[in-house]
Ligand binder design. Structure first.
Ligand SMILES: [Zn+2]
Length: 388
C-alpha cells in the first residue's frame, strides 16, 4: 500500500481536493481522502488524476502521419489508407505500432482501445505497460469475404488475456461488413468496437444502395447490396442485445434519440471529426440522454497525434460551453471499456495557480504516469518528500 499527495488530487467524480491523499494497493485505488491521515509521498506542484483513455485508435497506422490529409471526400481518403496498408511491410507495421505505443505512453494514455487490422498489435501491447483492448478488425460485405472474416472472429475469441491486454472484436463499418457478421460479432461475447454513422455517404448507402460508397466498394471488389444492414439503427440494434461493452466510433450522423443500452458508448474523436469537415458533433445531445461519450484520437491517418489531452484542449477551445471537468471525465472514462474506475492508473500533471481543471487542460502534459499502481519510470518519482 502506498499513499500520494499533491497540490491537487482530482478524482473527477467529486470536487477537486487541494492536498488530497490518494492511496493505492496493488492495482487498485483504495481511498481518496481530503486530508493527510497517513504518511504520503508528496508529488509537489502537480494534479493527480485518472490516466487518459484513448478509446479509439489504430496504432498500425502511426506511419501515416501527414500522408493523407482528411477532406470532405471520405471514400478517396479511405482509398489512400488502403493504398498505404498495401505498401507497408510487416517490419514497418511493427515499427509503426511500437511508435504508437511509445507516443501513447508519453501523452499519459493508460488505457487504449486499439483496432488492429490483422492482430499485429497484440504482442507489443501485451508486452507494454499499457492497459489495452485489441479489437481485431473483421471486414467483408460479400458472402465469401464475410465467411473468411467469420473464421478470423472464431479464432480470435479463443485469445486469452495477457497481462493487461484483452481481446475485442471490430466489425469495421456498416458499409464494409455483412449484416450476418455483425450478428456474429454481437453474439461472441467480446467487447465490440465499430465505426458507425461516420459519413452521410454511409447513411445514403444503407438507405438507398446509392452514392459514393457504391463505386468505392465496386473498386475494391466488395460490392454486395444484399449483405448491407438496412440502416445504422439496424446495426446498433444488432449490437444492443449483449452485456459486453460496445463502442460506436464517431457516430457523427447517428440520430441522438436512438435507443442505446447502458453497455453502449459513443466515441468522439474531436480533431479528426473537425478535419473531415463534419457539422457539430451531437455529443452533448447524447450525454443529455444519458449516453456515455468518451474520447478517441483515431489514427495518424486523420489526426496529428495520439494525445487525448490535446483533444480536450481542442474541445475546450471550440466548445467553451462544456465544463472542463466534463471534458476531463470524457477523457478518462475507463468504464466505457468495462475497466472499473478504481484501477490504479493515474497521471501527475504539472499545474500552476488557478482552477485545477483549467490548469490541467493548459498544462504541458503528464510528468508521471502510473499504470496498475506502478509509476512507469522510477518508483516513486524523484524529488519527493515523504512526510507523515
Ligand atoms: Zn477508426
Amino acid at each position: 500500500m502506498r499513499s500520494y499527495t499533491a497540490r491537487w488530487v482530482l478524482p473527477l467524480d467529486r470536487p477537486p481536493l487541494a492536498g488530497g491523499v490518494l492511496t493505492v494497493s496493488d492495482d487498485r485505488v483504495i481511498s481518496i481522502e481530503s486530508y493527510r491521515s497517513r504518511p504520503a509521498d508528496d508529488l509537489g506542484d502537480v494534479a493527480l488524476l485518472p490516466g487518459f483513455v484513448n478509446a479509439h485508435t489504430h496504432l498500425d497506422l502511426t506511419g501515416m502521419a501527414g500522408l493523407a490529409p482528411p477532406s470532405a471526400d471520405f471514400t478517396s481518403w479511405l482509398q489512400r489508407v488502403i493504398g498505404h496498408r498495401r505498401t507497408r511491410s510487416t517490419e514497418q507495421i511493427h515499427a509503426d505500432i511500437a511508435a504508437g505505443i511509445a507516443q501513447s505512453l508519453r501523452f499519459g494514455t493508460t488505457l487504449v482501445g486499439d483496432i488492429s487490422a490483422d492482430g499485429a498489435s497484440w504482442d507489443p501491447l501485451a508486452a507494454s505497460p499499457l492497459r489495452a483492448f485489441v479489437f481485431r478488425e473483421i471486414l467483408g460485405l460479400t458472402t465469401e469475404r464475410a465467411k473468411a472474416a467469420r473464421a478470423t472472429l472464431d479464432a480470435w475469441i479463443d485469445k486469452r488475456p495477457v497481462g493487461r491486454c484483452r481481446p475485442g472484436i471490430s466489425p469495421h463499418a456498416p458499409y464494409s461488413v455483412h449484416v450476418e457478421l455483425y450478428r456474429a460479432a454481437s453474439a461472441c461475447g467480446l467487447p465490440v468496437c465499430t465505426h458507425v454513422a461516420e459519413s452521410r455517404d454511409e447513411l445514403e448507402l444503407l438507405a438507398d444502395h446509392r452514392g459514393a460508397f457504391v463505386d468505392f466498394l465496386k473498386g475494391v471488389g466488395g460490392w454486395n447490396p444484399e449483405g448491407l444492414a438496412s440502416s445504422v439503427a439496424h446495426v446498433v440494434g444488432l449490437l444492443a442485445d449483449r452485456s459486453a461493452p460496445v463502442l460506436l466510433a464517431h457516430a457523427n450522423y447517428l440520430p441522438f434519440d436512438i435507443q442505446l443500452g447502458a453497455n453502449v458508448t459513443v466515441v468522439y474523436c474531436p480533431r479528426t471529426h473537425a478535419a473531415f469537415g463534419h457539422p457539430a458533433h451531437p455529443f452533448l445531445d447524447f450525454q443529455a440522454r444519458g449516453v456515455r461519450v468518451v474520447l478517441g484520437t483515431d489514427s495518424l491517418a486523420s489526426n496529428p497525434d495520439l494525445d487525448i489531452l490535446a483533444e480536450v484542449r481542442f474541445l475546450h477551445q471550440t466548445r467553451p460551453e462544456v465544463p472542463p471537468e466534463t471534458l476531463l471525465r470524457m477523457a478518462t472514462d475507463s468504464e466505457s471499456l468495462g475497466v472499473p474506475r478504481d484501477r490504479a492508473d493515474m497521471v501527475a500533471v504539472p499545474v500552476r495557480d488557478g482552477d485545477p481543471y483549467e490548469a490541467v487542460i493548459h498544462s504541458v502534459g503528464p510528468r508521471r504516469v502510473m499504470i496498475g499502481g506502478k509509476w512507469l519510470s522510477d518508483s516513486p518519482p524523484q524529488g519527493i518528500n515523504v512526510r507523515a
